[in-house]
Design a protein around this ligand. Structure first.
Ligand code: NAD
Length: 487
């Protein structure tokens, strides 16, 4: 394992080298940053951001490494990505604990995330050997005409903190497997998890093929406009749209996977016990801090009273506690300020006449970043029911009919994930087709993205090509047409 190198700054703080450029760990000379445990408030990492000159150097080494890595045989690249999976598997328990400590994700969910990253790495290692072109009849009959894909070249990956292992991996694995050199800009709240993963892999990859530039939005903006060949971003819609402008202006291919306001529809024909259990997990898992979390539940009036009462009972039973405990279902938000931000949404809704059904308050008895699982009977057009809160707040809306439920679900700027709960096959199929979202579940939770199927980006939930599955090949390679004359 690589030795942690720390340096003491003028005020006595021990700063850890956390950026990785051209095969070397560097401290950076930009502003000091911290990553803090959201549960205990303890410091996880003191580090520094890179300066503009240091980001430029990271871009330079990423470019320099692209030619050699792109020319490496696909089987050799696949072998390396497979070994990266082995390393994550071997370090699974350490990485799980780190995710719990750094972003406050409950242990069981953190462990599932790490397992998923292993599967993602193995899937993309194999996919790099899949067919990637077609032969086309030449119209004149005097040429062999075919398409072939080559690596895009250099890519910048800008990632959020909420899936610090899985999202990091689902961008990185196809980027490397398809032959691109990479500059990653991880979220500042998850800087140590990013560093640790790269440490696990550093001896597997030639210097410059995988680089990390640590820092906040300014470093992300530098990466976005650095004229790399592609930028793949995951984060909020506001930031992702700004990054889109910078990336496209600099000539990069851009992919943005952005926010969501995901609806679950519950019809009179639903299995009530199963749908309530699923929706509670979908809304309050990781305290609602998932792009795909259910944040609106739209219930058919015929079962609305029964559903509401039983939902309240289930929400009160959610096990709140220390995310490091196996029994905990619900931990803190990413930082204390997030609890205040979430409360602002709830209080404004209540002041506007919405009815609070559960929660609606901070939980200081657990810690400063805890906010209770909250259900609010909200107007479908209100701020609460339209805006991404990114916290544990579920808007409950009653619809007279299934058709009205679909209209309400679709009346939103986002189009990430949606679900319908019914035992009636005809309704299941019809509504699954009518819901305007890229990921649809029938009788299942809106979160939990299959890594081998396309995901996003519809409406304001994204820009560009979908991620994951075979479509990852389309973003991380470019296709050319070749014609060979035959007389
Ligand atoms: P964020 O937008 O604040 O930050 C995401 C990343 O972008 C971070 O690395 C951040 O430092 C960087 N960044 C922020 N502003 C930037 C700018 N102007 N230029 C360049 N880089 C910039 O998001 P977050 O708080 O880390 O994550 C939560 C958000 O991510 C939510 O909106 C959630 O819905 C979304 N998300 C989407 C998906 C998806 O696949 N669609 C998955 C997870 C999270």
């Amino acid at each position: 394992m690589t030795k942690q190198t720390t340096m003491t700054s003028q005020d006595g703080t021990k700063m850890t080298e956390s950026s990785y450029v051209g095969g070397r760990w560097v401290l950076g000379n930009g502003p000091a940053l911290t990553s803090d445990n959201p549960t205990s408030g303890e410091r996880v990492l003191d580090y520094r951001s890179l300066t503009a000159e240091e980001v430029a150097e990271a871009v330079r080494v990423t470019r320099e490494a692209a030619v050699g890595w792109g020319a490496t045989a696909p089987l050799a690249r696949a072998g390396i990505v497979n070994r990266m999976a082995d390393r994550v598997e071997q370090a699974a328990s350490e990485l799980t604990d780190l995710v719990v400590a750094e972003v406050g994700k409950p242990l069981r969910e953190a462990s599932e995330e790490v397992d998923r990253a292993v599967a993602i790495l193995r899937y993309h290692a194999q996919a790099a050997l899949d067919p990637h072109g077609e032969t086309i009849p030449d119209a004149s009959g005097r040429a062999v005409l075919f398409t072939a894909r080559e690596p895009l070249g250099t890519v910048g990956l800008i990632t959020p903190w909420n899936f610090p292992v899985a999202i990091f991996t689902w961008k990185l694995a196809p980027a490397l497997a398809y032959g691109n050199s990479v500059l990653i800009k991880p979220a500042p709240h998850a800087a140590l998890t990013a560093k640790r993963m790269v440490q696990l892999w550093e001896d597997l990859l030639p210097p410059g093929v995988l680089n990390i530039a640590q820092g906040g939005a300014e470093v992300g903006a530098l990466v976005a406009s650095s004229r790399l060949d592609g930028i793949s971003f995951t984060g909020s819609t506001a930031a992702g749209m700004r990054v889109a402008g910078a990336a496209l202006e600099s000539g990069a291919r851009y992919q943005g996977e952005l926010g969501g306001k995901n609806a679950s529809i519950v019809l009179r024909s639903a299995d009530m016990d199963a749908s309530i259990a699923t929706i509670v997990r979908a809304a309050f898992g990781f305290s609602g801090q998932k792009c795909t979390a259910t944040s609106r539940v739209i219930v058919e009036r015929a079962v609305a009273d029964e559903f509401t009462e039983r939902l309240q009972t289930a929400v009160e039973a959610v096990v709140v506690g220390d995310p490091a405990s196996e029994a905990t279902e619900f931990g803190p938000l990413i930082e204390p300020a997030a609890a205040g931000r979430v409360d602002g949404f709830v209080q404004r809704a209540v002041a506007d006449g919405a009815k609070l059904l559960s929660g609606g308050r901070a939980l200081p008895e657990f810690g400063p970043g805890y906010y209770a699982p909250t259900v609010v009977a909200a107007d479908p057009h209100s701020e609460l029911a339209q805006t991404e809160v990114f916290g544990p707040v579920l808007s409950l809306i009653v619809a007279d009919t299934a058709d009205e439920a679909v209209v309400i679900a679709n009346d939103n700027d986002y189009g990430l994930a949606a679900a319908v709960f019914t035992q009636d096959l005809e309704y299941a199929l019809r509504i699954a087709r009518q819901l305007v979202a890229s990921s649809i579940r029938v009788n299942g939770p809106t979160p939990g993205v299959p890594f081998n199927a396309p995901f996003g980006p519809w409406k304001m939930s994204g820009v560009g090509l979908p991620e994951q599955g075979k479509t990852a090949q389309h973003f991380f390679t470019r296709e050319r047409t070749v014609s060979i004359g035959i007389g």
